[in-house]
Unconditional design. Structure first.
Length: 430
């Protein structure tokens, strides 16, 4: 009954160890497949949007049958939920590791950024379209995201208490950092540049430098910023009134897409937000894809108009760069709400992708040119201007994801606060 095997090991022990090894191997294979599943789903979410996640397609791409897939997730919503929960869990793990990186708050923030942007980091789903989830799952994701923000805000408060960071709003700073990190996962596609180890390291360095030190050279100041005002129209001009209705629908759709993601919003909800039926929307737009493209066309027209305002006013390079940021923040925090560059790029038609990438790259180059002008005139510190201009946009792109949409009156105040953060960073000036 308890006979030994040839090397003298008790038989029951050898059998138990063999069974354990088989279970471990099976568990390891299961874990690898799960990681592949979540990675591919996350990539699909970020590039094509949550609505593009298809169980059959993903199962085939990782060599699973549809039946085998059910060993990992029960349905499509479960897969989306697991992706978003995996993103939150990874961020919280990074935050825990960053907390152990040292007593210095700046060092901990740098460690967190480096972990989030590590070159070997698996793809994580951006928390943009969790409104596609059922209520209970969405509430869990929002609670996990809140824990991340609270953890980052605690590090920032530590820095303020130690006198290393100047006084400010810890939540605003934490949300801005999360926004820049989220945009860093999307910007390569929208700006058509290579995303690899070198880019990740440059982005991490530029992001930490921008957050801690800001762009401003010692002694530099910011100008008075212009305030955006809604465009007036003649209600008795039939064509102007019709155009205003279309623009109202596009603006309403843009606001909802920005806050909840493209696939988190239905045409019925867009119509309801302005008191129009789905039929009215179809009267003006053939389908949702056409509406999305119209939203982006409007957005780039607005983005270009802000650049025109900046170019029309003599200023230092720093003043120009911060005016770009200020105007875009006002727009996102107020009623204008140009559509963000967000997950779903891959679902656009090929001509639309090419058109929008060209326009996005031009805006990026113009923003970087402002920073370069500031370095030349002494108003900006020497820095990686292209990367700084790229990552800074994430701060205002993230605003609709966390800020109270009804606080339109506070749009100038938050634009002031973000411009001050990007210009002077969080380091206490001594």
């Amino acid at each position: 009954m308890f006979a030994d095997v040839a090397d003298g090991t008790p038989l029951f022990y050898a059998q138990a160890m063999g069974a354990a090894a088989a279970i471990s191997q099976k568990s390891s294979r299961h874990g690898e497949k799960r990681a592949q599943l979540l990675g591919l789903a996350a990539q699909t979410i970020n590039v094509f949007g949550a609505g593009a996640v298809n169980l059959n397609t993903i199962a085939g791409q990782i060599g699973l049958s549809r039946n085998a897939l059910y060993h990992y997730v029960a349905d499509r919503n479960a897969l989306l939920f697991e992706c978003y929960r995996d993103t939150c869990a990874a961020a919280l793990a990074d935050l825990a590791m960053a907390q152990d990186a040292g007593r210095d708050a700046s060092t901990r923030l740098r460690r967190f950024i480096d972990l989030e942007l590590a070159p070997d980091r698996p793809v994580r789903a951006i928390l943009s379209e969790h409104d596609t989830l059922p209520d209970a799952q969405r509430a869990e994701i929002l609670a996990l995201r809140a824990r991340q923000i609270d953890g980052l805000a605690a590090i920032i408060r530590d820095g303020m208490a130690a006198g290393d960071f100047r006084a400010g709003d810890p939540e605003l700073i934490a949300q801005s950092l999360v926004g820049m990190l989220s945009w860093a996962q999307l910007s390569a596609a929208w700006l058509a540049h290579r995303d690899g180890p070198v880019t990740r390291r440059r982005t991490a360095a530029a992001m930490h430098d921008l957050l801690i030190q800001g762009l401003a050279a010692p002694g530099a100041t910011l100008p008075a910023f212009p305030t955006l005002h809604p465009r007036a129209f003649n209600a008795f001009d039939r064509q102007a009134a019709s155009d205003a209705k279309i623009d109202q629908l596009i603006a309403a759709a843009s606001r909802l897409f920005n806050r909840r993601g493209i696939d988190g919003v239905s045409l019925d909800e867009i119509g309801a937000s302005v008191g129009a039926s789905k039929g009215v929307i179809y009267h003006y737009f053939a389908d949702k894809a056409v509406l999305v493209e119209r939203c982006l066309d409007r957005a780039f027209t607005l983005y270009d108009s802000y650049m025109d305002i900046v170019a029309s006013q003599p200023n230092t390079g720093l003043g120009q760069a911060m005016m770009v940021h200020h105007l875009n923040t006002q727009a996102q925090a107020g009623t204008v709400a140009p559509m963000l560059l967000q997950p779903g790029y891959g679902s656009l038609s090929a001509p639309a992708r090419e058109r929008f990438v060209q326009r996005a790259r031009r805006l990026w180059q113009q923003s970087a040119a402002c920073v370069e002008a500031g370095i030349a005139d002494g108003s900006c510190r020497p820095c990686d201007a292209m990367t700084a201009a790229e990552v800074a946009a994430g701060a205002f792109f993230w605003l609709p994801k966390w800020r109270d949409a009804s606080d339109v009156a506070g749009s100038v105040a938050i634009a002031d606060a973000l411009a001050d953060l990007m210009a002077f960073g969080i380091t206490a000036r001594r």
